[in-house]
Design a protein around this ligand. Structure first.
Ligand code: FAD
Ligand code: GLY
Length: 381
């Protein structure tokens, strides 16, 4: 089976599927090649927060990219739901980032200052105001940053919606199709090999999440990924006990439409294994119950894990790799769901040659950390 496309995307996570959706919308013939099932990895493990302000701690291109991506959801979601028929449960329920120690207060006040300066809405809440806004939060809370503009989606559903939407706009989605190598001709990548045959395209995008640097790319330099395992649990209280998403320094509680609350997440650098440990469940539950004691009466639902794709400097790799025809869209770490909306558009702009924001081109350049970038082809595996 030999197939020809304009663009091949390796990896059917939220970012690969978003790129396929945007390329298909622009009339390109796109295909997603997914090792197992669409959304099988980090994209279905995510809590679905669109936490541009809650998660990003300083001003700069990454913050600008994140908040632009977040703001795209209010138009993108209705479009995607209509195209795909899959509801993604988008709500802008706000986030309350609480300080549980005096040192955290200063840190949150710094965040408040830079976010307001950047023109975003952010408000300070003292302990009394917190107990009015979210009466079920207990314990010694020193204050909180309230961010009304950050929202959430259901991550698995969002990934499926991008994939189905892309498919209905003409893209082919190949599941159980691992990419085993790249094809090169006259100094450019022009396709990939898989156990079901070769696929050809003018552009190939590496979007394999934490496994992107394991995709066999022969002599081509690909920056390394740092896998960061995360474990989450969910419970369901008999009635709603919080409105906003609650963020603490090492914990978050995300009240999902439908009534469950996602409690996350652990962070284990360098781990790619799947099992959820009993210790992680105990730690997440006890921290959550300390913060919101009513959670002890909630019904237990489930526990799961996923692997975040981290990069050395914490910013994603979005752009051309060191051989013509090859692109990379990976390394979204803790924010791949949030960043997926703009990642799809930005990669489509880059591939079309219409991307204009020079600051983003430089900040997310996959070659930014490579010495001797002028050497076009080099071994890293
Ligand atoms: P992935 O979802 O990992 O997809 C990559 C795909 O590529 C996989 O399906 C894999 O099978 C496939 N693949 C790999 N190699 C090959 C190959 N050789 N051939 C074919 N296919 C291949 N982000 C947020 O924005 N908000 C959150 O609230 C949030 N919460 C999180 C909670 C947890 C516990 C975790 C673990 C992550 C969370 N994240 C969150 C981060 C987010 O999940 C990731 O950043 C995002 O899912 C990465 O998406 P991706 O498409 O780049 O990678
Ligand atoms: N952004 C939440 C997480 O990665 O756990």
């Amino acid at each position: 089976m030999n197939k020809a496309y304009d663009v091949l995307i390796i990896g059917g996570g939220v970012n690969g599927c978003s790129i396929a959706y945007q390329m298909s919308k622009r009339g390109y013939r796109a295909a997603v090649l997914e090792k197992t099932r669409v959304g099988a990895e980090a994209s279905s493990a995510a809590a679905g927060m669109l936490g541009a302000q809650v998660e990003i701690k300083e001003n700069g291109p990454f913050f600008d990219f994140a908040r632009k991506s977040r703001d795209m959801f209010s138009e993108l979601v209705p479009e995607l739901e209509e195209t795909s028929g899959i509801p993604v449960s988008y709500v802008r329920n706000g986030m309350l980032k609480v300080a549980q120690a005096d040192t955290e207060v200063n840190h949150l006040l710094d965040m408040l200052a830079f976010q307001k300066k950047a023109g975003e809405r952010a408000e300070w809440r003292d302990p009394n105001e917190i107990s009015v806004q979210e009466p079920n939060i207990k314990g010694d809370i020193k204050g909180a940053l309230y961010i009304p503009g950050d929202g959430q989606v259901k991550a698995k559903e969002l990934t499926q919606a991008y994939a189905r939407g892309a498919n209905l706009l003409g893209a082919d989605i190949y599941e159980f199709t691992p990419v085993t190598g790249l094809l090169e001709e006259n100094g450019r990548i022009n396709g990939v090999t898989t156990p079901s045959g070769c696929f050809y395209a003018e552009h190939v995008v590496l979007a394999g999440g934490a496994s992107t640097d394991l995709i066999p790319t022969a002599q081509t330099y690909i920056p390394s990924m740092i896998p960061v395992k995360g474990e989450c649990i969910s419970v369901k209280p008999a009635k709603p006990i919080m409105k906003a998403t609650i963020h603490a320094s090492d914990l978050y509680l995300v009240p999902k439409p439908g009534g469950t609350i996602i409690i996350g997440a652990t962070e284990q650098n360098g781990r790619m294994d799947k099992p959820v440990s009993a210790g992680a469940v105990q730690e997440l539950l006890s921290k959550a119950i300390r913060l919101v004691p009513d959670l002890q009466n909630a019904e237990w639902i489930e526990a799961w894990s996923g692997v975040r794709p981290q990069t050395i400097d914490g910013m994603p790799y979005l752009g051309a790799v060191s051989i013509k025809g090859l692109w990379m869209a990976a390394g979204h770490y803790r924010n791949g769901i949030l960043l997926s909306a703009l990642t799809g558009e930005w990669m489509a702009d880059l591939i079309e040659g219409t991307a204009e924001n020079e600051e983003w081109i430089r900040a997310f350049d996959p070659l930014r950390l490579k010495e001797g970038k002028e050497d076009l082809v080099e071994t890293n595996h």
